[in-house]
Design a protein around this ligand. Structure first.
Ligand SMILES: Cc1cc2nc3c(=O)[nH]c(=O)nc-3n(C[C@H](O)[C@H](O)[C@H](O)COP(=O)(O)O)c2cc1C
Ligand SMILES: [Fe+2]
Ligand SMILES: [Fe+2]
Length: 401
């Protein structure tokens, strides 16, 4: 057996790096790729924990064979059925027909529905154990993190928690598997982006899972995307605790749409006034060019949010509409919110931002909305300065449940 892929006692990394896909789930940009992690636990019995996206199956199979040679895989632990981790299972079954599938009551219906895969199964419940020899696996059912069948698996021997997508992170791995082997700051940033894109709707479920996991002594946090967390475990647990409660840092995100530049000019002016009022973290996003993935990440990072939109056929500008729909879908809360809009003959943008967004979420409106006709007047500039000052003052006080 080789040590090339060893993480810790008996645990090997057999995942793959995807530097081809541009949009994860067809939605979330991957400027630096993504990893599909998969782990082998080698003992008297061999368990594979999750598998990889089918297009990368060949690479993962070679990694598996480098570790275990011709030994069979005894168990496949299925923590998550989303196809980025499950679409290889039918292929795996061809190479390892006697492999026993381990999941919970929600797992196997999906396995048959997606791939028509059947075969010997072990259905586990919360707290069930599976002995591999010196390693004993314990199962923790964590529904809606972020699918109904999601569960986590804890290995008592190596103190490794296999957490599924939870604690995951965009950006492919470049050589190292464990956080202590790499420059970690970019990954930490991308863990926030991953959370805001994939997990954010399920804050209460994250809170529930954190309470269950608090009693575990975790040395290695083995997620399905990104580095294995080792040194950064306290940071990641703290991040998930805060972000799942929608707590945020001091700063303001300005998201706007604009066709001919007038709404954009107001957005720029607001940013300038925020800066004059001492705000250092100001992130601006034009919805027509910014990636939704990065916009969401900033909204989840900072406690101030300002949205601006032109009126477009009596509606919000489409890119703004799409963004507020994403934020509503995630139940964003605990944010200071300011808004502004523009029109030329019959403005509805401000009204929509109020009725379709501000009134729908648990967010605190700051100041009065600004409604601009055609282009910015001196009076609009005064209102911009006032809104920016009120926002700069507001964000100094953290908002929480
Ligand atoms: C396709 C299109 C549809 C528009 N629909 C409306 C509308 O329904 N009501 C309105 O008052 N103005 C409407 N406008 C005008 C813009 O909202 C207004 O000119 C605004 O200032 C544009 O902001 P911008 O310069 O940031 O693009 C529309 C403009 C365009 C190009
Ligand atoms: Fe997933
Ligand atoms: Fe995933």
């Amino acid at each position: 057996m080789e040590n090339h892929s060893l993480i810790t006692q008996g645990i090997h990394y057999v995942g793959v790096q995807d530097r081809r896909t541009q949009l994860f789930e067809g939605l979330w940009s991957l400027p630096d790729g993504v990893s599909y992690n998969s782990y082998l636990i080698v003992d008297e019995k061999i368990a594979l924990v999750d598998s990889v996206e089918a297009g990368f199956f060949g690479q993962s199979l070679k990694r598996i064979k480098r570790v275990i040679g011709d030994r069979p895989i005894d168990y496949l632990i299925i923590n998550h059925m989303e196809p980025d981790h499950s679409s290889s299972i039918a292929l795996l079954k061809k190479y390892y027909p006697d492999m026993i599938l381990v999941g919970n009551t929600r797992t196997f219906g999906m396995l048959e529905g997606f791939y028509g895969v059947e075969g010997e199964q072990v259905v586990v419940k919360m707290g069930d154990k599976l002995c591999l020899g010196s390693h004993t696996l314990e199962f923790y059912i964590t529904p809606m993190l972020h699918w109904p069948e999601t569960m986590m698996t804890y290995d008592t021997a190596s103190k490794s928690l296999f957490s599924g997508d939870a604690f995951g992170c965009f950006t492919a791995l470049s050589g190292g598997f464990v956080d202590s082997q790499m420059e970690i700051e970019p990954y930490l940033q991308n863990a926030v982006r991953y959370y805001s894109n994939i997990v954010a709707k399920y804050g209460p479920q994250v809170q529930r899972a954190l309470k269950v996991l608090a009693k575990l002594d975790i040395e290695y946090l083995c997620t399905l995307h990104g580095p294995v967390w080792h040194e950064q475990i306290p940071f990641m647990i703290d991040l998930y605790n805060k972000i799942s409660l929608c707590e945020a840092e001091e700063g303001v995100v300005i998201i706007y749409g604009s066709m001919y530049g007038n709404t954009e000019e107001m957005a720029e002016e607001i940013a300038r006034e925020l800066s004059c009022n001492g705000v250092k973290n100001i992130k601006m996003h034009n919805v027509s060019t910014a990636s939704p993935s990065h916009m969401l990440a900033d909204v989840y990072r900072y406690n101030g949010l300002i949205i601006g939109s032109p009126t477009y056929n009596a509606e919000l500008y489409p890119g703004v509409e799409a963004m507020i729909s994403r934020l509503k879908g995630r139940g964003l809360k605990n944010r200071y919110f300011g808004y502004f809009g523009s029109f030329s003959w019959a403005g509805t943008a401000v009204k929509h931002l109020c009725e379709d967004f501000a009134e729908k979420l648990k967010i605190k409106v700051v100041g009065d909305p600004i409604e601009m006709k055609q282009s910015m007047t001196e009076n609009d500039r005064v209102e911009v300065a006032r809104l920016a000052k009120e926002m700069a003052d507001a964000i100094k006080v953290p908002l929480c449940d």
